[in-house]
Design a protein around this ligand. Structure first.
Ligand code: ADP
Ligand code: MG
Length: 462
């Protein structure tokens, strides 16, 4: 019998507690109790009608959001009136681990018969749209795609873990869900679990709170394929990191497949212990690069084909692919906005209309490359640590990439030399100027460097 719902409720309260002031929390939320989760609706109880109404008119959205962060299946909330019960009271500190010894489970004391739904699954739900079939493959993601397919098709574990990394909105989650869907189809008996690192932490914290770490360990160690998304989240969360690492090692030792994703490479996961970082890179590390024009075109074309009832001029698709280069999520957002607009006014999508409707987005995409992004990409490209790139080390294998990153920052952003210097560990603007000159010279003679530059520039270009 699991206490999942109780745990979730505690996490909802913890979340709210960090977001609202203590008095409001004490007066309004502490007296609340959870009744049930029923068909996606989280039902809570307040002791008075007044309280219920006040909460619903002032905090309904907040409450719903907090629920959705803890349990993605919750789509709605409701508060009923039940007199004669007491709510919950807990003390939680820093990364959520309860320090006090007295741990009390929330109690619902009421005469009403309360049905608790027990949930056995502990992974997050999968998005039905995220399958291999709907994933458009291009140069920037073909390696990650092939690796993901391999994981989903093979009974045997080939590389462990598979570590996918790349900037936001480039398809990491899409690929992980695709693996899960394909596994369900190919190997229905295998236990596949997908969840975000944040959800992993929540579950871990709950297990500590309820002194239930045994079953936490057991359930995570009994899966055939564990996928944890957005691993960068565990940076600086030491006990979560530690537990993750135990789980990870146990699975790998038992030859179970692990798939991880993060917004940066293992070696650049600052705030994650060195021994963990290095272990993460032992399997296959596959990066997803920023999209190129062709891929963006392909993605838009696929989307357009899916809605034949909406007429979209091909020049619009080309325009969007050229101009919205930040990431696929934004590209999709732009496309969907155009479709919604055209459906509303009942006219086909034209270039003029697009430029007008998407004004703000187009402007934002004009200045999208940041120095941080350049530093990260250059560090990844040369396989050196970001911290070394920013350090005072003068060894050539870090000094040259550093100069190159400064050069690209000057070329691709509108930042001034002093501002760039500050971003590089507080260096002087003359250092940046020197770097820019040096790289300009070297480009003429060093063909390997020239190749590198062209490659990196392409990664950032539209
Ligand atoms: P990430 O997890 O890397 O931040 P997501 O996987 O959430 O990115 O992708 C963002 C959106 O872009 C999703 O709607 C996803 O379906 C879409 N997307 C990303 N890459 C592709 C691709 N190659 N083909 C089709 N859709 C893609
Ligand atoms: Mg994601």
């Amino acid at each position: 019998m699991s206490n999942t719902i109780d745990m979730q409720w505690n996490l909802v309260l913890d979340t709210l507690r960090t977001e609202i002031d203590e008095n409001t929390y004490k007066s309004w939320f502490k007296p609340l109790a959870l009744i049930n989760i029923d068909g996606g609706r989280a039902i809570m109880a307040a002791p008075t009608r007044f309280m219920r109404n006040w909460l619903l008119s002032n905090f309904a959205e907040r409450l719903k959001n907090a629920w959705q962060r803890v349990n993605m299946e919750v789509t709605d909330i409701d508060i009923i009136v039940l007199s004669g019960f007491q709510g919950t009271d807990k003390d939680i500190e820093d990364d959520g681990i309860q320090k006090s010894e007295s741990i009390t489970k929330p109690k619902v004391k009421s005469n009403a018969s309360v049905k608790m739904v027990s949930e056995s699954s502990f992974g997050a739900p999968l998005d039905a749209r995220f399958t291999f079939d709907s994933f458009v493959v291009g140069k920037s993601n073909e390696f990650a795609y092939a690796a993901a397919r391999r994981v989903a098709e093979n009974k045997d574990v080939n590389f462990n873990p598979l570590f996918l990394h790349g900037g936001v909105g480039l398809g990491k989650t899409h690929l992980m869900h695709s693996i899960a869907w394909a596994m369900r189809e190919n190997f229905p008996n295998k236990k596949v679990v997908y969840l975000s690192a944040e959800q992993f932490m929540y579950q871990f914290i709950s297990s500590i709170r309820y002194k239930d770490t045994m079953s936490f360990k057991e359930k995570f160690r009994n899966v055939d394929l564990l996928m944890i998304d957005d691993l960068q989240f565990i940076a600086n969360k030491n006990s979560t990191q530690e537990e993750f690492f135990h789980t990870f090692n146990a699975l790998i030792d038992h030859n179970r497949q692990v798939v991880l994703s993060a917004d940066r490479s293992p070696s650049n996961l600052e705030g994650v212990e060195e021994r963990i970082r290095s272990r993460l890179g032992w399997g296959l590390v596959a990066d997803i690069h920023p999209t190129d024009y062709e891929l963006r075109l392909g993605i838009l074309q696929q989307k357009a084909n899916n809605i034949p009832e909406v007429e979209i001029q091909s020049e619009v698709i080309e325009f969007l692919a050229r101009r919205i280069s930040s990431n696929v999520r934004e590209l999709e957002g732009a496309f969907n906005r155009m479709v919604a607009h055209s459906t509303l006014i009942g006219r086909p999508i034209t270039l003029d209309m697009t430029q007008e409707v998407l004004q703000d987005l187009l402007r934002a995409n004009d200045r999208r490359v940041t120095v941080d992004e350049i530093q990260r990409q250059v560090a990844d490209y040369y396989n050196i640590k970001l911290s070394d790139l920013l350090s005072a080390r003068r060894a050539r294998q870090v000094a040259r990439p550093r100069q190159l990153a400064m050069y690209l920052s000057k070329q691709l952003t509108s930042m001034s030399l002093p501002a760039i210097g500050r971003k590089f560990g507080g260096r002087d603007h003359t250092t940046v100027m020197h770097a820019v000159k040096r790289i300009e010279e070297l480009r003429q003679t060093d063909s390997v460097l020239e190749e590198d530059i062209l490659h990196l520039e392409r990664m950032f270009s539209t």
